[in-house]
Design a protein around this ligand. Structure first.
Ligand code: SF4
Length: 346
C-alpha cells in the first residue's frame, strides 16, 4: 500500500497520471488533505465513487493519533503525544504566549545529533517523519484549538529531531504549509531551528522559493566546548557555521534568531556573554536566552542573577537579547521530555 500523504503535490499529480487519470485529480487530493484536513477517501465527495474505490485498492494515508494531552497550569501551553501507524511516538506542543499560539513541530522520531543536554538525544534516531506526518501535526493542533475558536499563528520546527537532518521531507512540508491551497501560512510565521548543519542549511535556502525564518541553537562559542556538548560541531565547527550565517541570502530586515540555552556553571558566565557578543558581531541577529528546564540528565538551569547579568552584557554591546519565558516548564517543555517520561511509564 502506498501512502498519498507521503507525496508532494507534483508527485500526487504524477501518481494520478500513472493511474490513467488527469493530473488535476492529484490537486483535488492535495486540497482535501491540506486545505480541508480530510484523510479519508470516502469523504472526498468530488471524486467519483468509482475513482475512490480504485484509489482505495492501492492507496491509504499515514495513521497519526492523539495519545495524551497535557496542559500547563502555569501558561496554558499544551503538549500532545501522538502515535504513528508503526506505533512510534512523537510529540508536538502548542505554546501559548498571550495572543500568540505557536505550534512546535517534530521532524523525526528521536534524533541522532547527540546534544548532551537534550532528552531526545537519549532516544537516538529511530526514523525520519514523512511529509504528511510533519504537516498533520499542525492540522491536529489546529483541530484541538478549534474547540475554543482558536488557531495557530506561528510554526516552529523545534520539536523532536533536527529538521535539516530530514531536509527533503522538511522542504516539501514547508511548501505545503506556505501554499495557499495547503495550510496557507505566511513565510514570516514559519521558523526552522537547527543545531547548525551547515551544508543542509545552504541547501534549504537554495531550494525554498520563500525563505522562512531561521533559528540557530548555538549555546557555545568555543568550538572545543561546543563539540563536547553538541557533536554536530565536529563536522561543522562554530567558525563555519557563523561564516555560513554571514552569507545567507536573508531578506531585508530579517534577523536570525540565536538560541542560547543557559546551563548552570557551563556557559552562563559574563565572560561567555562577551565571547558571544564578539562571535555575533555584525550579524543581523536577535538572541533568545533560554532558561533550561531542570532535568534528570545532569544539567541545571542558570541562576536568575546570572541570566540577568548575561543579558546585560549583550545589551551593553548593542545586541537584542531576550530572556525567553520557559513555556510549559511544568509539563516538561524541553524537547523529548514527554516522550522520555511516557516511555518510562510503560
Ligand atoms: S537539541 Fe535538537 S538537535 Fe540536539 S539532540 Fe535534541 S532534538 Fe536533536
Amino acid at each position: 500500500m502506498k501512502f498519498l500523504d507521503d507525496l508532494s503535490r507534483q508527485n500526487l499529480e504524477y501518481e494520478m497520471t500513472e493511474l490513467g487519470e488527469k493530473p488535476f485529480r492529484g490537486r483535488q487530493l492535495y486540497k482535501w488533505m491540506y486545505s480541508k484536513g480530510i484523510f479519508d477517501l470516502q469523504e472526498m465527495t468530488d471524486l467519483s465513487k468509482q475513482l475512490r474505490q480504485k484509489l482505495e485498492q492501492k492507496y491509504g494515508f499515514r495513521k497519526i493519533e492523539v495519545i495524551e494531552k497535557i496542559q500547563s497550569k502555569k501558561d496554558g501551553s499544551t503538549k500532545v503525544l501522538l502515535e504513528l501507524g508503526d506505533k512510534n511516538r512523537i510529540e508536538t506542543v502548542i505554546l501559548r504566549d498571550g495572543e500568540r499560539l505557536t505550534g512546535c513541530v517534530s521532524t523525526q522520531v528521536g534524533c541522532r545529533m547527540g546534544c548532551s543536554f537534550c532528552s531526545t538525544a537519549k532516544i537516538g534516531l529511530i526514523r525520519n517523519l514523512k511529509i504528511g506526518e510533519i504537516v498533520r501535526q499542525i492540522i491536529i493542533m489546529n483541530r484541538l484549538l478549534s474547540e475554543k475558536n482558536e488557531k495557530l499563528s506561528n510554526i516552529v520546527f523545534m520539536g523532536m529531531g533536527e529538521p535539516l537532518d530530514n531536509l527533503d521531507n522538511l522542504n516539501e512540508a514547508i511548501k505545503i504549509i506556505l501554499d495557499e491551497n495547503g495550510l496557507n501560512f505566511s513565510h514570516r510565521k514559519v521558523t526552522v531551528s537547527t543545531c547548525g548543519m551547515v551544508n543542509e542549511l545552504k541547501k534549504m535556502y537554495e531550494e525554498l522559493d520563500s525563505p522562512v525564518n531561521l533559528a540557530v541553537s548555538l549555546n557555545f562559542t568555543d568550538n572545543k566546548i561546543r563539540q563536547r556538548y553538541m557533536p554536530v560541531s565536529k563536522k561543522y565547527p562554530v567558525e563555519a557555521l557563523i561564516s555560513t550565517l554571514r552569507n545567507l541570502p536573508l531578506q531585508k530586515r530579517k534577523r536570525i534568531t540565536i538560541e542560547y540555552v543557559l546551563l548552570k556553571n557551563i556557559n552562563d558566565s559574563q565572560m561567555d556573554a562577551k565571547y558571544l557578543a564578539e562571535v555575533l558581531r555584525g550579524l543581523p541577529v536577535k538572541i533568545n536566552l533560554i532558561v533550561y528546564n531542570d532535568s534528570d540528565i545532569g544539567f541545571n538551569s542558570a541562576a536568575d542573577e546570572n541570566v540577568l547579568a548575561f543579558q546585560k552584557v549583550l545589551l551593553d554591546k548593542g545586541l537584542s537579547a531576550f530572556i525567553r519565558k520557559s513555556l510549559g516548564s511544568d509539563i516538561e517543555g524541553a524537547c523529548g521530555q514527554l516522550y522520555a517520561k511516557y516511555n518510562k511509564k510503560i
